[in-house]
Design a binder for this molecule. Structure first.
Ligand SMILES: [Zn+2]
Length: 306
């Protein structure tokens, strides 16, 4: 090979190869949702090879346990998911079909983020009647960055347990992330101060942790029950509710059909806010920081509308 082409080869192909196949990766992580894939990447760096099962444009309640996903779970050292029954419709069968003993529930290779936060909307008794998909409490914990911090601490410990040889590197990454994240939470909380007390309508009960963090008030939900499509009659009743109790905006997630929110926004004359919901849900939500930068910016824009 000519020396120039050799140099070109080294410049172009070698970094690409390193990017595609991190030879030094110690752990293969299978993340159910983009936020946990992003967090594993933040904490594991080049020690982890992260594969994410779903995108921000998919409803995490409704995923098919496809053969391609099963194959990825088969090779995983760690399965990192939300838990709280978010993936109850697909993860149990996926894990079972994978035949991978390391990642079954109860094993160190099975990590459920919701186990490490205070869950909201825990029902007094389990009730899946009428299709309620939140029967074990609200699973959408990633919408509050304080939960991300709690999960990060637990995930560092789990990575160390699975890969003790690199424990010091995970500890360092965890400390760096924790410091960066504390500062970011302070910044977002200050920016979002005008949202405190704002009355909002949600399309799905996907944002209770976000509202809890920012002090926003959910006064109505377009789905009659979590996971049940908004009906014309229910939308009409929400519109009636808003006549007595006005709302600032209606909020929906990037993966959702925007039409129910658009209908309410148009008929009630209020703002319509699409939030990214997870990493990849908007151009700006490229990583976990971008997710909250963009979420706060979009809510503020929605609240500022006359
Ligand atoms: Zn849900």
């Amino acid at each position: 090979m000519h020396p120039t082409s050799l140099r070109l080869f080294a410049l172009l192909v070698l970094p690409l190869a390193a990017f595609l196949a991190p030879a030094q990766a110690a752990l293969r992580v299978f993340a159910c949702e983009p936020e946990w894939g992003a967090l594993a990447h933040e904490l594991g760096g080049n020690l982890v090879d992260v594969s994410v099962a779903t995108s921000a444009l998919q409803d995490p309640h409704q995923i098919q346990a496809k053969p391609s996903l099963i194959a990825r779970a088969r090779n995983a050292d760690l399965v990192a998911c939300t838990g709280a029954e978010l993936e109850i419709g697909w993860l149990p069968v996926l894990l079972q079909q994978s035949g991978n003993a390391k990642v079954q529930p109860g094993q160190p290779g099975n990590f459920a983020a919701a186990d490490f936060v205070r869950k909201l909307e825990l029902p007094a008794q389990l009730d899946r009647s009428q299709g309620d998909v939140h029967a074990a409490g609200n699973p959408h914990i990633q919408t509050d960055p304080r939960n991300i911090a709690l999960v990060a601490t637990a995930l560092v410990a789990r990575l160390q347990q699975l890969d003790p040889a690199n424990a010091a590197q995970y500890a360092k990454a965890g400390a760096d992330f924790s410091q960066k994240w504390r500062q970011a939470i302070a910044r977002w909380t200050a920016q979002a101060a005008p949202l405190k007390g704002a009355a909002v309508v949600s399309q799905h009960k996907g944002f209770v942790y976000l509202y809890d963090w920012l002090g926003m008030k959910e006064i109505a939900v377009l789905e009659p029950k979590p996971g049940v499509e908004p009906s014309a009659a229910h939308l009409q009743s929400v519109l009636e509710t808003l006549k007595g109790t006005p709302a600032k905006m209606v909020v929906y997630a990037a993966y959702q059909d925007s039409r129910p929110s658009e209908w309410l926004g148009r008929n009630a004359g209020i703002g319509i806010v699409k939030v990214p919901f997870t990493v990849g849900g908007s151009d700006a939500a490229k990583d976990l920081s971008g997710l909250f930068d963009d979420t706060v910016a979009r809510l503020l824009a929605g609240a500022a509308k006359p």
